[in-house]
Design a protein around this ligand. Structure first.
Ligand code: FES
Length: 192
């Protein structure tokens, strides 16, 4: 009798515990995922940019990218100013001038236009002249005013990233980017 009463009390307590357990769980639903709301709120604080999607309104990215782009643009403008100078393509057809250039080592004198390079003109004659980059970035095509006078009196470079002022004053030039501005005698295959 005592055992039956104890068993009944025990079962009642267990049942009560189970009911309370589920009742508590049901009254506390899992929190909603607020990640999307947070992202939207943060995105709203980022100013609009001119960048197309997906960068537009990107969190922390649009403004930074804009700043970098602005800086790069500024640097480009500076370098363009520095490089501003002689472009042979800017010479109009009716402004093209020709100069008699003596190629000493080749033993001939030819006419070279001021919108063509000494290297191109020599190659047109079939001469095997030295070169590598053809962009003024090495000295493989080096030549020299035979008299040793300042090369800037006779040519101008469309691009020179190799020779210093003193070397040019000694008569050296890069024939791949050198355009004649006067008649002179040229020694090819000459480097400082
Ligand atoms: S070939 Fe390189 S500077 Fe002329």
């Amino acid at each position: 009798m005592v055992n039956t009463l104890g068993l009944a009390i025990g079962l009642g307590a267990a049942l009560t515990f189970v009911v309370l357990h589920f009742a508590k769980g049901a009254s506390n639903p899992a929190p909603e995922d607020i990640a999307a709301d947070v992202l939207e709120q943060r995105a709203a604080t980022v100013p609009e940019t001119d960048f197309p999607e997906p960068y537009n309104r990107s969190i922390g990215g649009g403004g930074g990218a804009g700043a970098v782009a602005g800086g790069a643009e500024g640097e480009l403008e500076d370098s363009e100013e520095e490089d501003e100078g002689f472009d042979p393509d800017d010479i109009a057809d009716d402004e093209v001038e020709y100069y008699e250039i003596e190629f000493v080592n080749e033993g001939e004198t030819i006419e070279v236009a001021n919108n063509e390079t000494l290297l191109d003109a020599g190659e047109d004659e079939g001469w095997d002249l030295p070169y590598a980059c053809r962009q003024g970035q090495c000295v493989s095509c080096g030549g020299r005013v035979a008299s040793g006078e300042d090369a800037s009196e006779y040519i101008r470079h469309s691009n020179n990233e190799s020779l210093g002022d003193s070397e040019i004053e000694e008569g050296y030039m890069l024939t791949c980017t050198a355009h004649p501005t006067a008649e002179f005698s040229l020694e090819t295959n000459e480097t400082p």
